[in-house]
Design a protein. Sequence first.
Length: 300
Amino acid sequence: MVGSLDDAEDLVQETILRAWRRRTSFEGRSSFRGWLYRIATNACLDFLERRPARVLPPDVVPAADPMRDLPARSDEPWLDPYPDRLLELAAADHEEPEEVVVRRETIELAFLAAIQHLPPRRRAVLILRDVLGWPAKDTAAVLGASVASVNSALQRARATLKTRLPVRRVDWAPADAPSSAERDLLQRYMRAHEHGDMASMARLLREDARVSAAPLPLWFDGRDAFLASARRSAAAGRFRVLATGANRQLASGTYVRDSPRADYRPLAIDVLRIDGDLIAEITTFLRPDLFAAFGLPEAL
């Protein structure tokens, strides 16, 4: 609902507090799970009334000229990646509905970015109906709305997503685990980055690849534009890269050092979208503060 790791954790605590304070109001007329989801949904809706939608660079600026200097960081409400290691904890019990939810493509960055363009209540309807698979009647009960209004909101939400999602991402199915070929592609991407080998990097990217770098208001439209900028900082030995996972997508954590004798310090999380045998999109998050959540070391 909120597109932010920190905000989501805060809202879990808020949900628990609200549930505790209202525990005597649970009368057993619905499932305990449904009662908690209602509290959580309303906590999110109350929060979103006061906060703007989360964004990625293509939402706020035009594609960058690679020959220009990098812009300064911006205080936009940037979308966060979500560590796979935390999704595994959410899916620990295979008997629970959440086990299915976190293994669907609706956890991908493309989906989370797309639903940010929905008004909060419409977003809640879409999540309850299409992600959690709730009936319209139960969704209406959670939101205090009519079944007719829920069905109308769902149709409008689906129409918006069709204009926002990549091709073949409208029907949301269980996500397959990364194949050996995709994992090999990640390894080659990491080696090219560490060696400053932009020729090898070029062979890994689709011609129309999109690369963004929040919290810089910066994104490149196409492989050539990205490489023209990347060549300016590429250097063998300057970066170290470790494999990780975010939003059920292959990802890497990049470390940088300023001198040959210095430690490598956290720099960025790169989340890859792979199409076929090439990288179609790299969403970079220049967020050293997220490395701990991904279980990545604080230095190399």
